[in-house]
Ligand binder design. Structure first.
Ligand code: CDP
Ligand code: CDP
Length: 210
């Protein structure tokens, strides 16, 4: 759409994509889509016995209505298993592209936003942090939400998922060539958000009058 502006945020598990995406969207008045929720919702349907491709095609807004219910380790693992299936990914493309093109601006975070979903995005960020730091963050979140787990288990889960996401042949997780890299290993949430807002502001200024 005219008046569209897309911010693509990719990176590995628990790097801070969602936190940064939400804050950037709030700052600029853009809409935000955590695309991981789509894959998690398919994963949950598969855990409940559905076939993966049929599940992806049957997805409805109500599947994503309670995001917190999708943030379990079992659903994350199932999500990364269905995410290797090309027909599953294909079933989710149009919804994501339409969201990206909406008037007024959009932020999407995931694994393949800057490379496959929106290669033409005005801003691309690839957010990373060491696996140890990411596992600590995710472990704290899961425990705070009442899930019994420990750091060693979460680190194993995060590493397994990263390897599957980066190693698949369809839409593997990787930084687009024109992505800005943001390593948040030693950054506070506030510092990471400020850095991301700075990148988006610069792109908005640069794009004006072009
Ligand atoms: O969306 P993604 O899985 O990449 O990560 P997230 O859910 O946004 O963030 C994972 C956790 O790391 C959250 O609890 C954040 O508060 C925390 N965190 C962060 O996102 N960025 C930092 N620089 C430091 C901590
Ligand atoms: O929050 P976290 O980074 O741990 O995971 P997520 O963003 O909710 O994504 C869950 C899984 O969905 C990932 O491990 C990927 O396998 C898959 N995914 C994907 O393949 N492509 C995307 N654009 C988003 C998620």
């Amino acid at each position: 759409a005219e008046n569209s502006f897309t911010v693509a945020i990719d990176g590995p598990a628990a790097a801070g994509k969602g936190t940064i995406g939400r804050a950037v969207a709030a700052h600029f008045g853009f809409a935000h889509l955590d695309t991981g929720l789509l894959y998690r919702a398919v994963g949950r349907r598969v855990l409940a016995g559905e076939e993966a491709v049929a599940a992806a095609r049957a997805l409805e807004p109500s599947d994503m209505a309670e995001p917190e219910a999708l943030r379990t380790a079992a659903i994350a693992g199932a999500a990364s298993e269905v995410a290797v299936i090309p027909e599953v990914r294909a079933a989710l493309v149009e919804f994501q592209r339409a969201f990206a093109r909406r008037a007024g601006g959009a932020v999407l975070d995931g694994r393949d936003i800057g490379t496959v979903i929106c290669p033409e995005a005005e801003v691309k960020l690839f957010v990373t942090a060491s696996a140890e730091v990411r596992a600590e963050r995710r472990c704290r979140e899961l425990q705070a939400a009442g899930h019994a787990t420990d750091l060693a288990t979460v680190l194993d889960e995060v590493r397994a998922r990263d390897a599957r996401d980066a190693g698949r042949s369809t839409a593997p997780m990787r930084a687009a060539e024109d992505a800005v890299l943001l390593d948040t290993s030693e950054m506070s949430v506030e510092a990471a958000v400020a850095a991301a807002i700075g990148v988006v502001s610069a792109a908005r200024e640069g794009g004006r009058g072009r």
